[in-house]
Design a protein around this ligand. Structure first.
Ligand SMILES: C[S@@+](CC[C@H](N)C(=O)[O-])C[C@H]1O[C@@H](n2cnc3c(N)ncnc32)[C@H](O)[C@@H]1O
Length: 397
């Protein structure tokens, strides 16, 4: 082995042992994988001990894996000079830059960029719900390796923090408060930001035995999220590639859905109602179904001729009817703006808390019929699902 490579690897090994390792990047990739660009490597602490966390950065997707320190070092040694021809090692003592050429290689040692190594484990103050140093946040592109949230990611970061805060409060106000275990489902989980954050909070801050599932129609997103969950050793978290309406949901304490598109939110609400979820917490988006159906009553014609007004009414009516339907099915509801509009204009949040006794459905049926009649609405997806559910299962309640 080249002397410079040996020195580089020795420094890596020493820094991993003495706690001065900040991070390592392998670059100048010349291997067979057309999409792979580089690997970012850092230390993390998991339930199995201190591990080396590898984030394989690809053009379109990232893959996260973790290894024992010794296995990780063997792998790095194997890849340097065969697939990767540069390495950048940051320790709190030195920055080392390795360039491997055809005939010779060069190792530059400079002053350290970083004075302290990032924390290996979550160092949470009680009020801090989501630790920005969680490796999943880095793997999902929300934070950099120092746990700093990217400027483009601030809005998503605020949304998931607020969402988790609301979930924490709702659990505290409900019968779920002292539960040792919780089953949570996230419908339309996308890249899984919220799914990971909620799991991390309930499992690692609250110490609850959480079984969490993200349901996502796109196989690539479900696949990436599963990779990151495994690398983070989040054993109770899994992502399933499925549409919400085809996913068989049996026992669930909390159903969440953040911006499940259009009527996918209705599919999610329906799944929660049918499974008797204790809590249903949805932030809907793109209310497309109702808008083309609205035929304004004559006195509103002059107002609703403006697209923006029609849009707002469609959103209000869609979510208002969802709320009434949940109430009819035995849930107490709240509808509010969960976050300021600067972080997302899709900021309605609908919360349903299952009541112990089912309600008399007649007053709700009347209100729903009156609202639909007033606006000329003939179909609301959630209502349709509930009706079909009642017909096929002889009643959901
Ligand atoms: C706007 S994204 C939101 C993702 C995530 N909840 C978040 O807020 O970061 C909506 C996600 O829902 C998924 N989706 C939409 N309709 C769905 C359906 N019927 N079943 C499952 N996933 C669905 C999309 O593929 C997309 O990833």
């Amino acid at each position: 082995m080249l002397e410079s490579v040996e020195k580089f690897l020795n420094e890596l090994s020493a820094s991993a042992k003495n706690g001065s390792l900040v991070k390592l990047t392998l670059g100048n990739y010349k291997g067979a994988d057309k999409q792979l660009q580089k690997i970012n490597i850092r230390l993390i602490k998991t339930s199995k001990g201190i591990r080396l966390f590898f984030l394989y950065r690809h053009d379109a997707r990232d893959i996260a894996k973790n290894y024992s320190i010794s296995d990780g070092q063997v792998l790095i040694k194997k890849m340097l000079g065969r697939e990767f021809f540069s390495g950048h090692l940051f320790t709190t003592k030195n920055d080392l830059h390795l360039d491997i050429g055809r005939k010779s290689s060069r190792l530059n040692v400079g002053k350290p960029t970083f004075k302290t190594a990032p924390p290996l484990e979550h160092d949470r103050k009680k009020e801090k719900l989501i630790d920005p140093h969680g490796v999943y946040l880095n793997a999902l592109g929300i934070t950099n390796t120092n746990g700093e949230v990217g400027s483009q990611q601030q809005h998503k970061w605020r949304q998931i923090n607020k969402y988790v805060q609301i979930l924490a409060d709702l659990v505290d106000q409900s019968d779920l408060k002292d539960r040792a275990s919780l089953t949570i489902v996230d419908m339309g989980s996308g890249k899984g930001y919220l799914t990971f954050a909620a799991y991390d909070y309930f499992k690692n801050v609250r110490g609850i035995d959480v079984k969490m599932t993200g349901v996502e129609a796109r196989s690539d997103l479900a696949g990436i999220s599963n990779d990151v969950a495994r690398a983070s050793e989040f054993d109770g978290l899994e992502f399933v590639e499925a549409t919400i309406d085809s996913f068989v949901l049996k026992d669930v304490n909390i159903l969440i859905a953040l911006h499940a598109c259009d009527t996918a939110t209705d599919d999610a609400l329906f799944a929660g109602i049918r499974a008797n979820a204790d809590l249903i917490v949805a932030a809907p988006c793109c209310h497309k179904e109702i808008r083309p159906q609205i035929t304004p009553p004559p006195m509103f014609k002059g107002i609703l001729k403006h697209g923006v007004m029609l849009e707002r009414v469609a959103e209000t009516v869609t979510d208002g009817l969802r709320s009434l339907l949940l109430e009819r099915e035995g849930y107490a509801t709240r509808l509010f703006e969960f976050i300021s509009v600067e972080h997302t204009p899709k900021n309605n949040m609908l919360v349903g808390t299952r009541l112990k006794k089912s309600s008399d459905s007649a007053p709700f049926d009347r209100q729903i019929a009156e609202v639909k009649d007033f606006y000329g609405i003939h179909e609301h997806h959630l209502e349709k699902l509930l009706k079909a559910g009642i017909e096929t299962t002889d009643g959901l309640r």
